[in-house]
Write a protein that binds this ligand. Sequence first.
Ligand code: MG
Length: 257
Amino acid sequence: MLFRTTVPNPQHVLTTLAVMAGLALSVSATAANEHEEAAKTEVWEPEPTQITFNAEGVPSDAKVLLGPDSDLYAWRGEKGDKAAWDFDQGVMTVSPGAGAVVTEDAFCDMQLHIEWRSPDKIEGRTGQQLGNSGVFLQQRYEVQVLDSWENRTYSNGQAASVYKQHIPLVNAMKPTGEWQRYDILFTAPRFDAEGALKEKARLTVLHNGVVVQNHVEIQGTTEYIGAPKYQAHGCAPLMLQDHGDKVSFRNIWVREL
Ligand code: MG
């Protein structure tokens, strides 16, 4: 095999180096241009606030309505009296006949986290008679709470339905007696100065982390009998229903949006 070595011509070397330097310069010029172009669509203000999480995963900007260390300070009876539900170590349980409980505070648009648990099944009871309660946004719009584990009822009245308006996309229930979780995004309805409806309310619900209501439009109050209706109102409390069943609640927090 024949090998041939070539002695580089110094002139060629200089020319090649000059070309390479030129290329590098034009590459960096292009990169600088790109940065400039990219910067035109960057938005730096406002900077999102850094939040933190406590041991239970509650965001630092949330208002805790019921937590492991809280009492019932955030709640009252629906008629303005004391919240007369059973309370033990951060768990609040419906006291049948005591009536609904509502928050002291009123809310408009919000993110709500709430956990609930159905009592044991009762022989002979079915459908709406098992573990019935409800999360009423603004005291008017109910996301149904029901023991929908192996308990058939009308689909627009099972757990995580918007009562008699929207059927949940799936049944995400865990078995009776286990804690269930709702994460709810609520956009309140808008009314004009004369009280006419401008925009209907909207709701997204995750049941045990699964989307079961996806930005659905609420048609008005969630009625047991008859059609939903809208009547102008402002921000209003969150309400939990006493439907005669010993449903428990814990870890309730709200982020106002
Ligand atoms: Mg109910």
